[in-house]
Design a protein around this ligand. Structure first.
Ligand code: AMO
Length: 429
């Protein structure tokens, strides 16, 4: 007999079915027992006799065959009256580390992460990763519809892309190498290599000493780079288009998951755009909140987002025109605003989820900018050389996948939106 998944049991026209999964709940009622069997698609109710009940424990994996019977009280209105039952994966525990069949998880996040193969089984946790999978799918589909090509670039690299000292070093035969902070150089190079429009979904590594609710030392970066642009506003249009596409996609593919988290996504997202200096003034004048030079801090992002929600009814805001001193050496200066760049951040519900902008595309200008930043052009020759052969005006952005997932679902800690987080304290599981 072929296996039927839980989500198909109520649609099936067969009178006898075979299902497989994990024992989610056991409810003993004297002669008979109700079992909620969980598979990757949902939960189905099994009814079993006393003799089959013996030896069954929570979270064992089993196979059950039996008759499909209508029962209004069962999940989705159908149950299986089991005739044969096989244990496929035995239980090797005295006591489960925590319950995974209750609506609200009582174990601490750290404990859930310690036992990740168990905590991920809880339907509400699994929902996070269904949403995350669909974010990546929407990213791919949206960009492909705009003629972007998917690329895969190396993560073992020879030099920093984002500046700063937040690099993990790797011993690479007789040399020292680094783990990539961003595919920045390679995505730009591929624009010039004739791909014109590229995207990548890949890991990025940051050795930053921040153990916070919004920092990981390894995260998934959704990267975009686009050639032949007019200015940075073309890039913001692409990102705004993605958010609208994404929301429509999630409404269609993640109805149950969004409902579990009580999330209603707006039909249309129109993102206000505000120069950074204006945001800083606003924070100071309206909220008496001082900002660091050339940026706003985490508290500022939260206050600003509340203001934007109340004033423009938007969960997002683009901050534009960051100063040269606060952006990496590849960022295009704004010829109309001395000291400023054609770059932006996207803030979503109080958290920066994106940095992007137009890049310098002229060889001489890039070379002299590298020098202005106190760096040696020879260290970047593989990157710089690719600008000798008619590099078009271009720009792009990157979104942190875990940050986006976290904010869409209203989670409090980025680790909840990370399958197997890496942070300053955690290298396992
Ligand atoms: P940036 O360094 O701002 O820009 O990173 C882009 C986005 O990546 C996510 N992110 C992180 N997420 C979790 N933990 C971290 N430690 C972390 N660091 C960054 C954030 C952030 O907004 N090359 C540029 C992008 C570009 O201009 O195309 C860059 O990497 O969501």
């Amino acid at each position: 007999m072929e296996r039927t998944f839980a989500c198909d049991v109520n649609k099936s026209t067969e009178s006898n079915l075979m299902v497989r999964g994990w024992i989610h709940k056991i409810h003993d009622l004297g002669q008979i027992t109700f079992i909620h069997l969980r598979d990757k698609t949902g939960i189905v109710q099994l009814v079993i006799d006393k003799e089959l009940r013996e030896n069954l424990r929570l979270e064992m994996s089993i196979e059950a065959c039996g008759e499909r019977v209508i029962n209004e009280k069962a999940p989705k209105g159908v149950e299986i009256q089991v005739k044969e039952l096989k244990v496929l994966g035995k239980a090797h525990y005295d006591k489960l580390p925590f319950e995974i069949n209750s609506y609200k998880q009582k174990a601490s996040l750290e404990k859930q992460l310690d036992f990740r193969s168990l905590s991920l089984r809880a339907p509400k946790v699994r929902a996070i990763f269904k949403v995350q999978e669909e974010i990546a799918e929407a990213f791919k589909n949206y960009l492909k519809s705009l003629r972007f090509s998917e690329i895969h670039t190396p993560k073992i690299i020879s030099s920093s892309t984002e500046g700063g000292s937040e690099m993990f070093t790797v011993s690479y035969f007789d040399r020292r190498a680094f783990l990539s902070q961003s595919p920045q150089f390679y995505k730009q190079m591929m624009v010039g290599a004739g791909f014109e429009r590229v995207f990548e979904i890949g890991h990025a590594y940051r050795a930053e000493l921040h153990n916070t609710w919004r920092h990981l030392n390894e995260y998934v970066s959704l990267d975009v780079e686009m050639g032949f642009i007019k200015d940075e506003f073309d890039i913001m249009d692409v990102e705004e288009g993605f958010i609208n596409y994404l929301y429509a996609h999630l409404r269609e593919t993640c109805k149950d998951e969004l409902a579990l988290y009580n999330i209603t996504l707006p039909e249309v997202v129109k993102i206000p755009r505000m120069p950074l200096s204006e945001a800083q003034e606003l924070l100071l004048e309206k909220f008496n909140k001082k900002s660091p030079v050339g940026n706003i801090d985490a508290e500022g992002e939260i206050i600003l987002s509340k203001y934007v929600k109340e004033t423009y009814d938007s969960d997002f805001i683009f901050l534009t025109k960051y100063p040269v001193s606060k952006r990496p050496m590849y960022t295009m200066p704004d010829e109309n605003l001395p000291g400023m760049t054609r770059s932006f951040d996207l803030i979503f519900k109080g958290l920066e989820i994106t940095t992007g902008g137009q890049r310098i595309h002229d060889y001489e200008m890039l070379k002299s900018n590298i020098e202005k930043f106190g760096l040696n052009p020879d260290d970047f020759s593989f990157y710089l050389d690719s600008f000798r052969y008619g590099m078009p005006p271009h720009g792009g952005f990157a979104i942190g996948l875990e940050r986006l997932t976290m904010k869409i679902l209203g989670l409090e800690n980025i680790r909840e939106a990370t399958l197997l987080p890496r942070d300053m304290k955690r290298l396992e599981p």
